[in-house]
Ligand binder design. Structure first.
Ligand SMILES: [Ca+2]
Length: 426
């Protein structure tokens, strides 16, 4: 029931009516006669009902000519469905179970532009949008996304995106690395409040999901990735971009050997407030260039790496490094870092556990204000290695290394103190 309040003015009464979505509408009642008031209120309520109806209106891609499980291309039908939803001011786009073929028509990016205030709803992994095989002959196919107009308040849920990729590994210059599943990129505009939830996104020669400039408050939750040649989830932006949350996602074993990470933050250029939490990653997490980043409670079969973050919390992660001599956790040029409660493992005899560095010939800035506490590090090489750090505390870590003198190693550091016994975990 709409809630009403009346405002009495000398000769005019104004009825204010909050509609069902909280928006305020007002009618002036010059004649305060009770019948007129009732008529106005009735009109107001009908407006509310019509408004509600419009916003929950369903747009089924089958009604626009899409056909499941055949050879016919469904791009134009789905696009028409999306545009009808956009023209109506939003609604629910329904993608029934079945496989629908999508292909780039000219040079458009993305191929399917998301309407604002919309739920894009499939029926789970049975509802598949699949690229035509032609995708392997070209580049810059982005299946779903926003670019040409501002985009707000969208949920993409219970959908399967299949990129039809046939490349088995990343070959720079040869792999069409710009073929993405979801791509949000709006220069001089805003993409805001987008939720991608419970989707399976696989077989893309680029990234399964890519965020870029213009993005604010984007949540990726419960998404499963498989067979991506570049990144599983790639996040970029600019200093105006902020509020990315990636949680409860995972990547499955696949046939493709990825050239990137499960979760990747690159070209962030000062993106603010990124949270990566509770994900299961078969490959690395790489995250750099963020102001305000939390990487928490992930399991990672790979490395955790990043340069140029400020105000970072890395905690509670289980990181099983690859059989490589590189450091398992490696963070460079970090200004403000809490690294706590992680379990860090490596099978490689030369691997370092935790490496924090700065002051190189490429960048004179040291890492600053670093707290490394309560981690369990089990490696054969160096345990905790600080190189070019200005201001730090290493406290109460449990560190097992082959050589006790390599548990904590400091080089070119100032004002770094080691507290507690960095004793081996026996
Ligand atoms: Ca079809």
């Amino acid at each position: 029931m709409p809630c009403l309040e009346q405002i009495a003015l000398p000769c005019v009464r104004v009825e204010r009516c909050l509609d069902c979505r909280g928006r305020e509408s007002a009618r002036q009642i010059v004649n305060t006669d009770l019948q007129s008031a009732i008529r106005v209120l009735s009109a107001c309520c009908i407006f509310c009902l019509l408004s509600l109806n419009a916003e929950s209106r369903e747009f089924n891609i089958l009604d626009y000519g899409a056909t499941a499980d055949d050879e016919s291309d469904d791009t134009l039908a789905i696009r028409e469905c999306f545009e009808a939803c956009h023209e109506a001011g939003g609604g629910v786009v329904v993608i029934p179970a079945g496989t629908y073929l999508v292909s780039r028509q000219a040079s458009e990016s993305p191929i399917l532009e998301l309407p604002s205030r919309t739920l894009i709803r499939g029926e789970g992994a049975a509802s598949t949008l699949k690229f035509s095989e032609r995708v392997n002959d070209t580049n810059f196919w982005r299946m779903l996304g926003a670019s040409r107009r501002d985009c707000r308040d969208v949920v993409i849920r219970d959908l399967h995106l299949d990129g039809s990729n046939t490349y088995q590994s990343y070959e720079p210059g040869e792999t069409p690395e710009q073929n993405h599943g979801i791509f949000l990129h709006r220069k001089d505009g805003v993409i805001e409040n987008i939720l991608v939830e419970n989707c399976l996104v696989e077989n893309f020669s680029g990234d399964c999901i890519g965020l870029s400039v213009g993005c604010r408050q984007i949540t990726i939750r419960g998404v499963t990735l498989r067979n991506f040649v570049r990144q599983g989830i790639q996040m970029a932006g600019d200093p105006e971009s902020r509020g990315y949350l990636v949680t409860e996602c995972q990547d499955l074993a696949g046939e493709v050997r990825p050239g990137g990470s499960t979760i990747h933050v690159e070209h962030a250029d000062g993106v603010q407030d990124v949270i990566i939490t509770d994900n299961r990653c078969r490959h690395s997490i790489l995250a750099g260039g963020v102001d305000g980043i939390i990487i928490r409670d992930n399991t990672i079969s790979g490395r955790l790496v990043g340069n140029g973050n400020s105000n970072a919390i890395v905690s509670g992660n289980l990181v099983r490094g690859p059989d490589a001599a590189a450091a398992v956790i490696q963070l460079g040029f970090t200004d403000g870092l809490v690294l706590k409660d992680n379990v860090v493992l490596s099978p490689n005899p030369e691997a370092t556990g935790i490496y924090v560095w700065g002051s190189s010939r490429y960048d004179p800035n040291p890492s600053r204000d670093v707290l490394i506490a309560d981690n369990l590090v089990r490696v054969t090489g160096r345990g905790v290695f600080l190189n070019g750090v200005d201001g730090g505390t290493i406290a109460h870590n449990r560190i097992a290394t082959a050589d006790a003198s390599q548990r904590v190693v400091l080089q070119r550091c100032e004002d770094v103190n080691v507290q507690g016994d960095p004793s081996p975990a026996e």
